[in-house]
Design a protein around this ligand. Structure first.
Ligand SMILES: *Cc1c(COP(=O)(O)O)cnc(C)c1O
Length: 382
């Protein structure tokens, strides 16, 4: 097989000569058979044909094939959301009485899954600072699964992924990494020894803020286990139309990520030099980039004490107030409001997030316009 360049993989949709350049949306719940013999052969596993769209659908399969190729994995599964992918993966590899080791500051709903639901099923989680490789190694003794997010949410700490997955392998634990932030453009975890890569495809993979979806990539055997234990029963399948939108998003992923990287760094550097900004949490501004080959444009800043956070956010014109990220548009999210909304009294301590921390997503607008917008909002709020 020819080693295909990323740019080609992204832009090219495999298809028959003479067919449509864009693969069709197979908007159907079921697939019929020409004969009982065909049906029996399919059910026996001798004839690869989709049966029902809770299992397989050709549009979804086209997306899965592309994601597997991008991450360098043997197989992939699309899900209705990033959280469906995370829950279905964890539950396929961890049983009652077993334990997860998870790095601190993962995506808040992944954290709550491990704090609220999994203990009810007899699964416990040890949270460890992912920057402390030795501490993760100690915690891994007797653990069934290592859960990584590089960089983490909100504070954007990086991990030594290759070292941690080596420790997980030695301990007999399966390793999982949420790669939503970097995308396969900037980080290919399977090449660093990670067993399963997860994405919230709602973010950069979609890139247009019009889809909620998830995906898991890994070896054929590990994906087969997810198919045997969780995927068909939890029912969190990806819809054909969403898969079609994701295929559209992927065609421009490399272009978008290059622009996000450039603009994100430009805005982050400007803010790092600003007297009203106490700190900027962006892996590209750290000495140790944690093995990332490049950077996306989601990062956080800590505003000076005398900046009114609400006034700052309200004064922004181009950065819009909202959750999520990875689309064309710039967004601002005051961490305190988001965590309060979740109704968890201890969440500020749990996530070690201060009042003056604000998350920014730098979109595809002109960076000098975004810098101007931030400047006028800081002036208004100080
Ligand atoms: C958004 C997000 C998720 C959850 O994805 P959904 O598609 O919203 O379910 C998981 N991980 C990270 C890092 C995220 O930002």
């Amino acid at each position: 097989m020819i080693e295909t360049d990323f740019a080609t993989l992204l832009a090219h949709d495999p298809g028959e000569g003479g067919g449509p350049v864009v693969p069709p949306i197979h908007q159907t719940s079921l697939f019929t058979f020409a004969s009982v013999a065909d049906m029996a052969a399919c059910f026996a596993g001798d004839r690869p044909q989709p049966v029902y769209s809770r299992g397989d659908n050709p549009t979804v399969q086209a997306f899965e094939a592309k994601m597997a190729a991008l991450e360098g994995g043997e197989a992939a599964r699309g899900f209705a959301s990033g959280m469906a992918a995370i829950a279905s993966t964890i539950l396929a590899f961890v049983a009652a009485g077993e334990r997860i080791v998870c790095v601190e500051h993962v995506y808040p709903d992944a954290y709550r899954l491990m704090r609220r639901l999994l203990p009810r099923l007899g699964i416990t989680t040890t949270f460890v600072d992912g920057r402390d490789t030795e501490a993760v190694g100690r915690a891994l003794e007797g653990a069934a699964l290592l859960y990584l997010e590089n960089p983490t949410s909100v504070v954007f700490h990086t991990q030594d992924v290759a070292a941690l997955t080596g420790l997980a392998r030695a301990a007999g634990a399966v390793s999982v990494l949420d790669n939503s932030w970097a995308t396969p453009i900037h980080q290919r975890p399977l090449a660093q020894g990670v067993d399963l890569v997860i994405h919230s495809a709602s973010k950069y993979i979609s890139g247009h803020s019009d889809t909620v979806a998830g995906v898991v990539v890994g070896s054929r055997d590990r994906l087969a286990r997810i198919m045997q234990l969780t995927y068909p029963f939890l029912g969190g399948k990806l819809a054909p139309f969403e898969a079609w939108l994701l295929l559209r998003g992927l065609r421009t992923l490399a272009l978008r990520m290059a622009r996000h990287q450039e603009s994100g760094l430009a805005v982050a550097r400007h803010l790092a030099a600003h007297p009203l900004v106490r700190a900027v949490h962006h892996p590209g501004l750290c000495e140790d980039a944690g093995g990332l080959a490049g950077f996306s444009s989601l990062f956080s800043i800590e505003l000076a004490e005398r900046v009114d956070v609400a006034r700052f956010c309200d004064a922004l014109r181009l950065f819009r107030l909202g959750v999520s990220w990875g689309g064309h548009e710039s967004l601002v999210f005051p961490a305190m409001v988001g965590l309060r909304q979740a109704g968890e009294a201890n969440s500020l301590q749990a996530f070690a997030v201060g009042d003056h921390l604000v998350r920014l997503h730098v979109g595809l607008e002109a960076p000098h316009d975004l810098v101007q917008d931030l400047q006028q909002a800081l002036n208004t709020a100080a």
